[in-house]
Design a binder for this molecule. Structure first.
Ligand code: ADP
Length: 265
């Protein structure tokens, strides 16, 4: 905290007041530091795929393009890296829009069970891993007023992570319950888990428990940061519980109504 003092003097020369202006420089410093860190992270995240691409393109230009066995692999790498950069830039644009409150939510009134089930079905149809999906969904109807595209993106991200970190033969459990007038949604895996001291940080921008590993899986490190922003603008909260070597559960809450008219029963 920094204080500026101004002395109020009367013409007589007597001091008859003191104005104290307190600036919370710690808050301002924190914002500046976060901004610097963010720019450094973005630069680093872009430099890595760019330097990878440069070496592969150099090798191709040096003659690897003639080698039928090598050339397709090298081109494939540059394509994967380009796609990751596009994902990263798209995520950054989305975050910056959210930061400047420049985006609108298109609210729709939907039955949550149906909405959630459709997303789970889509993943179950297309998954290539040997992972079993377990649904723990209530029979009752709960209506939520949500931007379905945004919420789909949130749930997609959580399920993709659960799949990424699930072992062969593992389970992913999907469920929701009601707590304190909110729907509490849970997606739980029995993957590698997250060390205790890092659990709350996974919602920070660019935070990854294992940088190299997460990056090699194609992640941008922004998925859960975007998810947190989106859930909070819907009036909910998002958090994780995890046990190293046991698995991770992501929870989020949403306000709900009990019937289609938006009334309580
Ligand atoms: P990424 O693009 O790296 O997946 P996210 O924001 O989605 O970024 O996740 C941030 C980090 O949180 C991941 O890199 C990973 O370390 C950790 N994480 C997220 N979900 C899980 C999970 N289900 N199991 C273990 N670790 C996870």
């Amino acid at each position: 905290l920094r204080a500026n003092f101004s002395v109020i003097q009367k013409e007589t020369g007597f001091v008859n007041g003191l104005i104290t202006v307190l600036h919370d420089i710690t808050e301002q410093e924190k914002i500046d530091m976060e901004r610097r860190e963010f720019v450094a992270n973005v630069s680093h995240e872009l430099r890595t795929p760019l330097t990878t691409m440069r070496s592969y393109l150099e090798a191709l230009a040096d003659g690897a393009w003639r080698d039928e066995n090598i050339a397709p692999t090298f081109l494939n790498v540059t394509q994967t890296e380009t796609e990751r950069m596009i994902r990263l830039v798209n995520d950054l644009l989305q975050l910056s829009k959210m930061d400047s409150q420049e985006y609108e939510l298109n609210f729709e009134f939907v039955e949550f069970n149906k909405f959630f089930t459709r997303i789970i079905d889509r993943f179950e149809m297309s998954k290539s891993q040997n992972v079993e999906f377990v649904r723990l969904l209530p029979e009752k109807s709960y209506y939520v007023d949500i931007d379905t595209d945004k919420l789909t993106q949130v749930i997609d991200n959580i399920i993709s992570n659960a799949l990424k970190y699930s072992p062969d033969g593992g389970n992913i459990r999907f469920g929701f319950t009601v707590h304190d007038n909110m729907l509490r949604v849970m997606i739980s895996d029995d993957g590698m888990g997250i060390p205790k001291e890092n659990v709350s940080r996974i919602f920070d921008r660019f935070y990854r428990v294992d940088r190299a590993r997460a990056r090699s899986m194609g992640g941008t490190g922004l998925g859960l940061a975007i998810a947190r922003e989106m859930i909070e603008t819907h009036g909910g909260k998002i958090w994780a519980e995890s046990e190293e070597g046991q698995g991770t559960t992501i929870f989020f809450t949403l306000p709900y109504e009990l019937d289609e008219a938006g009334d309580w029963e």
